[in-house]
Design a binder for this molecule. Structure first.
Ligand SMILES: Nc1ncnc2c1ncn2[C@@H]1O[C@H](COP(=O)(O)OP(=O)(O)OP(=O)(O)O)[C@@H](O)[C@H]1O
Ligand SMILES: [Mg+2]
Length: 503
């Protein structure tokens, strides 16, 4: 398969160049070629007019190219300075880099580009937005002139995204070039100088923000008109399916993340939990799906206790789960697309009779689902770990929405998906609701919450701090989210608690 086909791309000095394209279009592949991780079969890469051979990341770094991957490559128990020093050999042109010098340089770079990174902080204590900036410091310290950022904003809250854009602008002002990949069209127009769109491994067009719109970019990406909002009828809620009462959840260190929380979701309605990430949403979902113990309170599904039930038992009881961390909880990377599509049902009919797995049925069903959900994969036998990020997400969604469920719990369901796929997944979630499922969505994307929800509950400091009906005012929800403070960030849970007590 050809992942990149005759791509011509020119990036000027001091330019922010956005790269758009649907899931599997070849964006990450192209960046991996530039960073020396993959090798192009044809074509060449010129830097400052000179052809360069980039056979490894080391070559790329020497050529002044830096890359921040979506999964950061930092060592959690090391400090920022220690992480930045890692891999910088004494024999390199930087000379011996001792700790004092590394700290000094981190501080200097941090000041120069407004990165706000403390060289002595432990990486594991840092919010994800700061960890990302550590990666940027790392690249800058290696004298990167061209910086590749692959979906950097997918994991950021809006405030962090703004901060990142400030950093990008100051890098640009000092002559750096930035290749910026994103699926969030709204971000592209204010920050990019040039926008290139890929489809099917080819460049389909290049434009500048002044001459295009979100709608046009969406059409260029997927080759058809995309509805940038969800069409849905008002909900028709029936009996209570999920009944959570006084739920308390602790983390491994005994800190309270979910604080006597109660909520109910009825058949035929979508309850969306909005909130700044890090306010207990992750722990709530983990507890509901059996991935984390319940410290207090009860969880009931159709009146039956789910409290303390093992994850597999939860799925068996009729719960569909789209986890926040697809790599950790959603997929087995080395298994095929087909196997992953039936992961939680493989040992039941129609996929198995007794102990024998019916491979024909597995394959046929997998093929149908891949088509239905537009999963771009060379074959259903391909290992799921080699698919593009968005296509991995689609495998999980397809699996969880294709079996009979009473309750769907979906965390950040469309993270990493292109606009066309978001449209489709949103439609399927509404369909599940209309067929009588109770749906609980957890999303830090306010747009997604407003588009899908029949009711919106705002979570802050481990509690529900407010509830609003569908069609609620965006600013009001935003205020509620910020409400008890931006405290939840990076272990700020105690602050959240203090605020809760103060009320
Ligand atoms: N490590 C790999 N080995 C083999 N094929 C790969 C590998 N990584 C990606 N591909 C294939 O290359 C194609 C392009 O994938 P790529 O990851 O570049 O897409 P993308 O544009 O970054 O999509 P997304 O928006 O979903 O991240 C896909 O068909 C994918 O299956
Ligand atoms: Mg990608």
């Amino acid at each position: 398969m050809v992942a990149n086909d005759g791509i011509d791309l020119t990036v000027e000095e001091g330019e922010i160049h956005a790269l758009l394209g649907e899931n599997g279009a070849g964006k990450t592949t192209l960046m991996n070629v530039l960073y020396g991780l993959y090798h192009a079969d044809e074509g060449e890469i010129l830097l400052d007019g000179e052809p360069r051979r980039l056979a490894s990341p080391r070559d790329a770094i020497d050529a002044g190219i830096g890359m921040v991957h979506q999964h950061f490559m930092l060592v959690p128990v090391f400090t920022v300075a220690e992480n930045v020093m890692l891999g910088m050999e004494p024999t390199s042109r930087f000379g011996l880099l001792n700790r004092a010098r590394a700290r000094h340089q981190v501080r200097a770079l941090s000041q120069r580009y407004g990165l706000a990174v403390d060289p002595d902080a432990l990486v594991e204590d840092l919010p994800v937005g700061v960890q990302q900036r550590v990666e940027i410091v790392k690249a800058l310290l290696r004298e990167a002139k061209v910086l590749i950022l692959d979906e950097p904003t997918a994991v950021l809250i809006p405030q962090e995204t703004e901060e990142l854009f400030e950093v990008m602008r100051s890098l640009k002002a000092s002559g750096h070039s930035i290749l910026f990949i994103t699926h969030k069209l709204k971000e592209v127009l204010p920050v990019a100088d040039v926008i290139t769109v890929l489809r099917g491994g080819r460049v389909v067009g290049s434009t500048v923000p002044g001459e295009t719109s979100e709608q046009e970019l969406a059409s260029m990406m997927v080759g058809r008109t995309v509805l940038l909002r969800v069409a849905k009828e008002p909900a028709n809620p029936q009996e209570v399916v999920l009944d959570v009462d006084g739920l308390t959840v602790l983390d491994d260190r005994g800190q309270v993340w979910v604080d006597q929380l109660s909520l109910r979701v009825r058949s035929g309605e979508i309850l969306a939990i909005a909130g700044v990430q890090g306010n207990g949403q992750t722990e709530l979902v983990e507890a509901l799906t059996g991935l984390r113990p319940v410290a207090g309170g009860t969880v009931r599904l159709d009146g039956n206790s789910l409290t303390g039930v093992h994850p597999r038992g939860v799925l068996r009881a009729g719960v569909g789960h789209v986890p926040e961390d697809r790599v950790k909880n959603g997929l087995v990377a080395t298994f095929s697309v087909a196997e992953n599509l039936v992961l939680d049902t493989y040992d039941t009919a129609p996929f198995a009779h007794g102990l024998v797995m019916d491979l024909d049925t597995v394959d046929r069903t997998a093929g149908e689902r891949a088509r239905e959900f537009d999963i771009r994969t060379p074959s259903i036998r391909t290992a799921v770990g080699t698919l593009s990020g968005g296509n991995q997400q689609k495998v999980i969604i397809a699996r969880e929405l294709s079996r009979p469920i009473k309750l769907l719990i979906a965390s950040q369901p469309t993270r990493g998906l292109d606009v066309g796929s978001i449209e489709y997944v949103h439609r399927r979630i509404v369909e599940a609701r209309d067929q009588g499922a109770a749906v609980l969505i957890v999303s830090s994307e306010l747009d997604e919450v407003l588009a899908l929800a029949d009711r919106i509950a705002v979570m802050c400091g481990g509690r529900i701090v407010g509830e609003r009906p569908a069609g609620a005012d965006r600013d009001e929800i935003g205020l509620l989210m910020a409400g008890a403070g931006t405290a939840g960030q990076g272990g700020g849970q105690t602050d959240g608690e203090a605020d809760a007590e103060a009320r």
